[in-house]
Ligand binder design. Structure first.
Ligand SMILES: Cc1cc2nc3c(=O)[nH]c(=O)nc-3n(C[C@H](O)[C@H](O)[C@H](O)COP(=O)(O)O)c2cc1C
Length: 233
């Protein structure tokens, strides 16, 4: 290769790297501008796991009291938050491929407008998806289960199967379903530890939920986890 060609090649590689860095900074900045930063999770609250297990129960009667943003942040972190500098999370994931996504349908959360939000794991933040209270429509999509709309918030676990099946093929689907159980149980135990009541709904119309949450075609709703202060603590 002639000297000028080598120089041109180096210049083209360098300029491509520069474009990549500038673009990723721009995307990152855009994300943080639209992302609501959540309170940092408590990692040493002294709650004993055994006591939490002893009191975990499905709760379907909620008081009208708001839950706090700190509590919501803690619940999200327990289900999918980062707990290791390398980016590993509170719930295990086959091949650390993390096919799960978390959305919040907020109804009564102090300091958070009613609406739909997506949990951004990397930023430990919430990205607004849609404004307004959709709890009644959520109840309808959950086969009319009234207790779903009584909750302060509903955490929705969705999955992008492709993230796991790309590597593990058909068996990846099984892994995703196992992971939903891990994430949901973390969140249910966290709710019990916080003195909150949480339930779970697997009975719902997939298409109706996907439409309400504006999910892309590749993302599928798997589990609804309503949460609130229990009516009878
Ligand atoms: C996969 C799955 C789906 C469920 N779906 C619903 C549901 O749609 N509605 C509901 O009221 N409870 C639902 N439940 C909750 C069970 O009814 C509940 O766990 C069971 O009655 C035992 O009560 P416990 O959770 O208090 O121990 C579901 C539980 C699981 C594991």
């Amino acid at each position: 290769m002639k000297r000028i060609e080598v120089w041109l090649f180096r210049w083209s590689v360098l300029s491509q790297c520069l474009v990549f860095i500038v673009l990723s900074c721009w995307v990152q900045q855009g994300m943080t501008e639209t992302c609501i930063k959540l309170p940092e999770p408590a990692v040493h609250d002294g709650t004993a796991l055994t006591e939490t297990l002893a009191k975990r129960r499905s709760v379907r009667d909620y008081s009208g009291r708001e839950i706090s943003l700190e509590q919501l942040a803690q619940l999200l972190w327990s289900a999918q938050g980062i707990n290791h500098p390398s980016g590993l999370r509170t719930a295990p994931s086959a091949g650390a491929l993390y096919p799960l996504e978390l959305l919040v349908v907020a109804n009564r959360v102090a300091g958070l407008d009613a609406g739909v939000y997506r949990y951004r794991v990397g930023q430990h933040g919430l990205e607004p998806v849609a404004r307004g209270n959709i709890h009644n429509r959520l109840e309808k999509a959950a086969m009319g289960q009234a207790w779903v709309s009584d909750s302060a918030a509903v955490l929705v676990i969705t999955a992008i199967y492709e993230r796991t099946t790309r590597k593990y093929g058909h068996r990846g689907k099984r892994y995703v379903h196992i992971e939903v159980g891990h994430a949901a149980q973390n969140m249910l135990l966290q709710a019990a530890a916080l003195g909150l009541g949480a339930g779970m709904a697997g009975a719902f119309d997939d298409a109706a939920i996907a439409q309400l949450l504006a999910l892309p075609a590749s993302e599928h709703p798997l589990y609804l986890l309503p949460v609130g202060w229990p009516e009878d603590p």
